[in-house]
Design a protein around this ligand. Structure first.
Ligand code: ZN
Length: 392
């Protein structure tokens, strides 16, 4: 389980904020469900039987057996089931940054790529059968846009069909497979067929992305499910007043924040784009007579939401530059007495040659634009320089 230190957690939060905005913008409602739930819910959902070996169980002083959630789906159905749902509320897109625990064998764990406690960018879309194609297509569009904002491209999409052992009759599977593959193809996906590899409750799409040096990582999923709504009694009132079961689409884009952050760090070789970098700017002084000015520059940047720090140490400027470069700080703003007097800063880019002397106003404008997350930059019409992935 991960101990997030300040810099890693800052990156995590930047990614979480971005994902939250993307989901808010396309009509998801965010929820938070309990970390520990009575074992009986997991028995009813089928997870205790299928997944029990990987679940952390605990017992209260009164002898109740409780399970730490290994996934968020049953919790979301609990919320769906409160009150009476109408067809008018569908599709209902429910999202949760859900912390899950699974007992992975110690040999399976790997850095932050595979851990026992992870947070999924989880979501469940409750919809009518005839909404599956459109909801799937919308999801794929969002997923592609997110990957592209994060500097990666979609490599391939695997389509897994009905397994030998399955719930539901063939007519239902015919419909489900047709809807999912039609949506993926309409979105321009080339599908790699994995016959018989679907979940027992429905077919699934698995999205792999390609990083800067061509490695392929499976991250996103979209699964169609007719079974869990049945097991946990989800229903809505249809147009003719009869009660119907919603279809459930399980979906994730990043997979888990922990693993995805591992992939991001690999992809950029630590040279994160400005909007994700934990420390975006270090303002470093050449001599102590620029201390007050350096503090003002940092204040100006932090008041605009930038993550800026000041380095007033009595060290040679080259030493400071080398140290912050090794720490992969994307921008170092060098200030001495001359800059303090003229109201300028000398910007140095990580991996770049030389420095760029700008007025403080101009530097603030350039840096705040560049640090704007890609979705907000699009909305505000800010043109951003294209970040070359470090190892491309
Ligand atoms: Zn789910």
């Amino acid at each position: 389980m991960v101990f997030w230190h300040p810099k890693g957690w800052t990156l995590y939060r930047a990614l979480e904020d971005y994902m939250r905005r993307r989901l808010d913008a396309v009509g998801y409602v965010e929820v938070k469900t309990p970390q520990i739930l009575d074992k009986s819910l997991w028995e009813k959902s089928g997870h205790a039987e299928k997944f029990g070996h990987a679940m952390f169980m605990c017992e209260s002083a009164e002898g109740e057996v409780l399970a730490v959630k290994p996934m968020n789906c049953p919790g979301h159905i609990q919320i769906f089931n409160v009150g009476q749902r109408s067809y008018r509320e569908l599709p209902l897109r429910m999202a949760e940054f859900g912390a899950c625990h699974r007992y992975e064998p110690s040999g399976a764990m790997h850095g932050i790529m595979r851990v026992r406690a992870f947070t999924q960018d989880d979501g469940h879309i409750f919809c009518r059968e005839e909404q599956v194609t459109e909801e799937s297509a919308r999801f794929i569009e969002l997923l592609r846009s997110v990957y592209s904002d994060l500097g990666m491209t979609l490599a391939d999409t695997k389509f897994s069909t009905r397994p030998e052992l399955r719930a539901g009759d063939d007519a239902v599977w015919d419909k489900a497979e047709a809807a999912l593959s039609a949506a993926a193809e309409a979105a321009g996906e080339t599908l790699v067929l994995q016959e018989g590899e679907g979940a027992f409750y429905g077919p699934k799409l698995e999205f792999s992305l390609k990083d800067a040096i061509g490695r392929v990582w499976q991250c996103g999923t979209l699964q169609l499910d007719f079974v869990l709504p049945e097991r946990l009694d989800a229903e809505y009132v249809s147009e003719d007043g009869s009660k119907k079961r919603p279809v459930m689409l399980h979906r994730a884009i990043l997979g888990s924040f922990e693993r995805f952050i591992g992939i991001l760090l690999e992809n950029f070789a630590g040279n994160l784009p400005l909007w994700l970098a934990p420390t975006q700017v270090v303002v470093a002084t050449i001599t102590s007579d620029a201390d007050d000015y350096a503090r003002q520059v940092v204040e100006r940047l932090t008041s605009l939401g930038m993550r800026a720090e000041v380095d007033l140490r009595n060290e040679k400027i080259n030493y400071k530059i080398r140290e912050h470069s090794l720490a992969k700080v994307p921008v170092i703003a060098v200030v001495g007495r001359k800059e303090a007097e003229t109201g300028q800063v000398a910007l140095r880019r990580l991996g770049g040659e030389g420095q760029n002397i700008l007025s403080l106003d101009e530097a603030v404008r350039v840096l705040t634009n560049e640090a704007t997350p890609p979705d907000l930059a699009r909305a505000r019409g800010i043109a951003k320089p294209v970040q070359e992935a470090a190892l491309a």
